[in-house]
Design a protein around this ligand. Structure first.
Ligand code: GDP
Length: 427
């Protein structure tokens, strides 16, 4: 059976923790989209880790971790991450990389930086990991698949020549930067070949067999619905689909195999990068939530930059869960809110005087003002609680209020960063 863990908001909802927790019951964990531009933070018996490319299952001896074809594969980052966990006494994980995954090249990162610089104040707030140039090349059909590392030298060089003919015009004339050389790119690819060779696999065939054997497969998404290029806050989105449906494509499995979709929602909002963020808060109120948020503050796992903060947004989350096709909602980081006397919740958007609970397209979203309802806080620490009935009444009211607003069942409540900080609930 296949399950997916995906984000219903802007990312950073705590998917890594939920995946790590569900990893216990999984044989295979697959990353199916995105690249090293976002990170998962995981706390377990080995310590605290920030993973960018590795699936969150790498800490279990019994799981196979897979990088699917949909991922933007940065080979040096991946290898550094593998070494980083092995150096901290985690047993070497079993990793497979799809032969159809494409590679992030050094020039993708270069183009990302140059373009953000060129855009100046109008930039997308990219992490400059090369993700947008990578996916642009993939769909322009000038990317490099892992399988191509095993082509003969002449044909590979010929392809590089063709790619560079286009890249160099842009480099020289748009960015006024030095041209790239075929020899350097060929050398880069050969370095990648050496690093990646032990892991290369026909992943869709492997997963097909695994499904026939009844294995449990977990698909791990990156970012969240609001960052999806089709359904998110375009153009302030990422460059690959963040939706569970894409899990079938980015892993290479039949769509009908995905039986459970766990949409992860954080008990308050945070976002990175530019773009409309209706329930955003500022000043001391935001600083305090940021400081107390997550596990050690709401700062990017990849960049360390402060995240934008906001109250829970029912409009965005209802939409986020719907587009994910949520069968379950995991409601995370609830423990953080224990300091508040009262908690505003965004229940609608006011757009030109009209109130709506349907998430609008970007040009209308930019005009939306939050409509809040305020709920009483519970003013205590809820960490360590394992049974739903033991949560303070106002805390349960908060959960049930939000569940009603979003219309999807909250079956898991996360009240701390570790694997065991979870309350299961039957709805
Ligand atoms: P992801 O990208 O969706 O996996 O999210 P991040 O790793 O960026 O952010 C989640 C942060 O919150 C991490 O530092 C987690 O350790 C932490 N975290 C996850 N669940 C909880 C929770 O229930 N309570 C607290 N306090 N922290 C949590």
């Amino acid at each position: 059976m296949v399950r997916a863990v995906v984000g219903a908001n802007w990312g950073d909802e705590g998917k890594g923790k939920i995946t790590d927790m569900l990893g216990q019951e999984s044989d295979i964990i697959v990353r199916f989209q995105g690249g090293a531009n976002a990170g998962h933070t995981i706390v377990n018996d080995y310590g605290k880790f920030a993973l960018h490319t590795l699936p969150s299952g790498v800490f279990y001896g019994h799981t196979t971790s897979i990088i699917g074809n949909g991922v933007a594969l940065n080979i040096p980052v991946l290898c550094k991450e593998i070494q980083g966990i092995v150096d901290r006494d985690v047993p070497k994980p079993k990793i497979l990389i799809s032969d159809r995954a494409q590679m992030v090249m050094s020039y993708h990162i270069l183009f990302d930086k140059l373009e953000e610089e060129r855009l100046g104040g109008k930039s997308f707030g990219s992490t400059k990991s090369g993700i947008a140039p990578f996916y642009s090349d993939k769909y322009a059909k000038i990317g490099f698949q892992v399988s191509e590392l095993f082509r003969d030298e002449a044909s590979l060089r010929d392809k590089i020549d063709g790619v560079l003919a286009q890249k160099n015009v842009i480099l020289e004339h748009l960015y006024h930067a030095p041209a790239l050389k075929t020899d350097d790119i060929y050398k880069e690819l050969m370095e990648y070949k050496e690093l990646v060779e032990p892991y290369v696999c026909d992943v869709s065939a492997y997963l097909w067999e695994a499904l026939k054997e009844g294995k449990n497969i977990l698909l791990e998404g990156q970012l969240g619905t609001m960052k999806d290029p089709d359904h998110g806050i375009y153009p302030m989105v990422t460059s690959s689909s963040t939706l569970a449906a894409y899990g079938a494509i980015g892993a290479g499995i039949p769509p009908y195999e995905i039986k459970q979709i766990i949409a992860v929602c954080k008990a308050y909002s945070s976002a990175v990068g530019a773009g409309a963020f209706v329930s955003e808060i500022f000043g001391e109120e935001a600083d305090e939530l940021r400081r107390r948020g997550g596990d050690g503050g709401e700062f990017g796992a990849t960049t360390g930059r402060p995240r934008r903060m906001g109250w829970f947004d029912c409009v965005a989350s209802k939409y986020g869960c719907r587009l994910q096709g949520a069968t379950d909602v995991a409601f995370t980081v609830l423990d953080v809110l224990g300091y508040l006397d009262e908690i505003p919740v965004c229940v609608g958007y006011d757009i030109d005087g009209q109130i709506t609970t349907e998430f609008p397209t970007t040009h209308l979203l930019e005009k939306a003002k939050p409509v809040y309802e305020t709920l009483p806080g519970w003013k205590c620490d809820i960490r360590g609680i394992r049974r739903y009935e033991e949560l303070p009444e106002n805390c349960r009211r908060y959960i049930e209020f939000i569940e009603k607003q979003i219309g999807f069942p909250i079956t898991m409540i996360s009240n701390g960063p570790s694997r065991d900080d979870i309350i299961r609930r039957t709805v």
